[in-house]
Design a protein around this ligand. Structure first.
Ligand code: 3HC
Ligand code: NAI
Length: 702
């Protein structure tokens, strides 16, 4: 039965099995059930000891996150109280942990007197990733068990740790390779028979003394996490609560933890991060490609073109354990590409993040070739040659001839029409876009681009492949720039207009950085290079509608031979060997000149004008994309922006953020900007409709 904690009797040991598929989430009902079962076992004189375990795939994935959008109902059983009861139990309580113990699930285990775990178990306190903190004693018991520094790492890092690491750190007592439950039952019975004092985490003193001896520990930790935690509230709240373990008696510190937990739970940041959690799972669901759609087995892959993207894609595939053949057009290009791959791996080895043996194994999975026939082994081929339609068509026609008849042919194009590419083959249903983001071996996002004729099986296979590669695949439709870059254009365009109206690149970049993106548009352009989009703009120039405002500043910068960091100058200038952008008077003069030429009166642009002016149009473009059916859900767009562009997770992605701002506000501002600045800023019909109905993007399609 779902949502129950049945008691199984094993002689004088009561085994309480948390049962609430799929992750045994601790809903209000489950907490009440846990309390009832623990109380029953404690009250039963024939029970000498207790084992707590989980049913099905895991021990417990923590509190039921879906219940976090509202306060607990009146009279609800609160987890900290149940856990105090478990810890205080005079009868030994042993946690038998398998699969996963996360968050509240981990805290249940921390309240037990002994923690045993099966091999392969992952354990930790990931609450911080949801914008909250361990709210059932985790910030108090964990440091007492494993020490303050280690506990800060576990709590603020938010990772799930493999069982051996947990044993090493000390929050699991032992890994049990044999029968976990039988061992736990025997251990519990033995403890009861011994009658020795039970180890209660809340009463351990040793680490408190050690931490009191080095009070600077917390400040040092805050400084160390500052870059990673920029803009997030929860990591700082975690540190604060852990620190309270030193200054407040345990019961007071526990109360404090609860207060901070509730404050965070009610915050916009936590709502945004919970939205991110569910959106990342939702994005895999495609209404017309059901979960049971058969996929093609992928045993071997190939990549065509070993440049910036092809090399990174090949690395991702090799990293996932699959063999990959890499085809280039010349020995020179092949050698260059393979050398860069080797250099990238070697850099990871030298940072201590990869062993030499693993590097060798990964490299051994990559087979360079100049021979088309070698692609015959591949079940999927990803093309990453130059962004030129005639070349792509020629490559796909060749792939169609040499590849297995059932092989999937994917293109990494960032701007070209996937349908046109598919039409150059005899198997358009097996052609799809896989738009990786640069650097492809690092960035987690892949926009999987569905063509008109792409089959459900091809989509299902490529979505699964994204997961195999450790990526998040988001299914999008064919349009210029697909979802992410199309929205990026809308934002960048307004940033350029702001320069013409009076801002400077560093001012725009700072406002966007302060909003929470990793960098503003001009630093990003300098990083990725200015020349590629310049080439695209030149190609599009003859068909550009004359009535639409166009900023020539970027073109002028390219005409000066400034292509960004790679040429030592772009929107900024760079010292030799440095990546630090330095504002450059040459560019400022250029911008002022352009304003004069275009007869745009320069004015003081207020800092707080920049975010709405740049990001509302981005959201507006997202609304058009949704309306046109090019993204399945607003939350998919959020996933794309969080993982492809570093949109701050604590804002939940642009569409969620817009809902928080209120679509009425976004719409009214867009309408005003449209009146002031013309066509590009016209509010999308969907934005208008939702704003007028008092709805949000979250309501779209419901
Ligand atoms: N609450 C509600 N739903 C949850 C959930 C949770 N804690 N954890 C997972 N789910 C749901 C998922 O949304 C998914 O639903 P779907 O099938 O409808 O999409 C389903 O359970 C299966 O989840 P996954 O696909 O993620 O399953 P995996 O096996 O890949 O991963 C997991 C399992 C590692 C437990 C992963 O689900 C996870 O990381 N969950 C969240 C863990 C977490 O953050 N726990 C802390 C919660 S807050 C807390 O405990 C507060 C406490 O301190 C008081
Ligand atoms: P690149 O110029 O770094 O690499 C292209 C490679 O393709 C070169 O090594 C070239 O020798 C090889 N090549 C050319 N013709 C070939 C042929 N006929 N057969 C085999 N190899 C051939 O280009 P980059 O940046 O890697 O881009 C590749 C593709 O990825 C393009 O479609 C681009 O639009 C897309 N893309 C690029 C991104 C980026 O940030 N660079 C991001 C996302 C997509």
């Amino acid at each position: 039965m779902a949502g129950s904690i049945p008691i199984e009797r094993h002689g004088d040991v009561a085994l309480l099995r948390m049962t609430n598929p799929p992750v045994n989430g601790l809903s209000f009902a489950m907490r009440a059930a846990l309390d009832a079962s623990v109380t029953e076992a404690l009250d039963d004189d024939s029970v000498a000891a207790i084992v707590i375990a989980g049913a099905g795939r895991m021990f417990c994935g923590g509190a039921d996150i879906r219940e976090f959008s509202a306060p607990p109902p009146p009279g609800a059983t609160l987890l900290p109280a149940v856990l105090d009861k478990i810890e205080a139990s005079p009868k030994p309580v042993v946690a038998a942990i398998h699969g996963v113990a996360a968050g509240g699930g981990m805290e249940v285990a921390l309240a037990c007197h002994v923690r045993l775990a099966a091999p392969g178990t992952k354990l930790g306190l990931p609450e911080v990733t949801l914008g909250i903190l361990p709210g059932a004693g985790g910030t108090q018991r964990m440091p007492r068990l494993i020490g303050f520094e280690a506990a800060l790492d576990v709590i603020v890092g938010g990772k799930l740790h493999p069982v051996d690491k947990a044993v090493e750190l000390g929050f699991v007592d032992e890994r049990v390779d044999g029968d976990l439950e039988a061992t736990a039952i025997a251990r519990a019975r033995q403890l009861a028979a011994d009658g020795a004092p039970l180890r209660r985490a809340s009463q351990l003193e040793e680490h408190l003394d050690a931490a009191r001896a080095q009070p600077e520990l917390f400040e040092r930790f805050r400084k160390g996490m500052a870059k990673r935690a920029r803009g997030f509230d929860a990591p700082y709240a975690c540190v604060e609560c852990v620190e309270k373990a030193l200054t407040l008696p345990y019961p007071e510190a526990l109360k404090h933890e609860r207060v901070v937990f509730n404050r965070l739970r009610e915050s916009d940041q936590s709502a945004a991060q919970r939205h991110a959690f569910f959106s990342e799972r939702e994005v895999a669901k495609i209404p017309d490609v059901p979960k049971d759609t058969p996929t093609r087995p992928i045993a071997a892959a190939a990549v065509v073109g070993c440049g910036t993207m092809g090399g990174g894609i090949a690395m991702s595939i090799a990293n996932a354990g699959l063999p990959v053949t890499v085809l280039e057009s010349s020995q020179e290009a092949l050698d260059r590409g393979m050398a860069i791959i080797r250099k990238n791996y070697a850099a990871t080895v030298s940072k201590g993040r990869l062993s030499q043996a693993d590097m060798d194994a990964r490299l051994a999975r990559i087979t360079p070739t100049l021979n088309d026939a070698d692609l015959g082994v591949a079940d999927v081929v990803i093309e990453a040659v130059f962004e030129e339609m005639p070349l792509k068509k020629e490559v796909f026609a060749r792939l169609d001839r040499v590849c297995k008849p059932d092989a999937i042919l994917a293109t990494n194009t960032s701007t070209l029409d996937v349908n046109e590419i598919a039409a150059s083959t005899s198997r358009p249903e097996q052609v799809i876009g896989t738009h990786f983001f640069s650097p492809a071996n690092v960035m987690r996002l892949v926009e999987n681009v569905r063509g008109e004729r792409t089959s459900a099986q091809t989509i299902a296979t490529v979505m699964k492949l994204s997961k195999t590669l450790g990526k998040i695949g988001a299914l999008v439709g064919v349009c210029d720039g697909f979802v992410g870059n199309r929205m990026l254009y809308a934002y960048r365009r307004q940033a350029d207009f702001l320069l013409e109206e009076g801002a400077l690149p560093a001012q725009v970049d700072k406002a966007i950085y302060d909003f929470g993106l990793p960098m503003g548009p001009y630093q990003m352009a300098d990083l990725t290079g200015l020349d590629v989009s310049w080439r695209v703009r030149k190609a599009q120039a003859p068909t550009r509608p004359a009535h639409l405002r166009y900023s020539p500043i970027a073109d002028r910068i390219c005409e000066m031979g400034r292509y960004g960091q790679k040429t030592g100058a772009g929107w900024y200038r760079y010292e030799e060997g440095s990546r630090v952008p330095i504002p450059d008077p040459t560019i400022h003069d250029l911008i002022v000149r352009v304003s004069e030429e275009l007869a745009v009166a320069r004015r003081a642009v207020a800092d707080d004008e920049i975010v709405p002016r740049c990001l509302y149009p981005l959201v507006n473009e997202g609304a058009k994309i949704l309306d046109e059916g090019l993204a399945l859900r607003a939350s998919d767009i959020d996933v794309i922006w969080m993982h492809g562009y570093g949109f701050p997770r604590y804002r939940g992605g642009p569409m969620f953020w817009a809902d928080l701002v209120g679509l009425r506000t976004v719409y009214d501002t867009m309408s005003r900007l449209h009146d002031e600045h013309g066509e590009w800023l016209k509010p999308a019909p969907l934005l208008k409709r939702l704003a007028e109905e008092g709805k949000g993007f979250r309501d779209f399609g419901k």
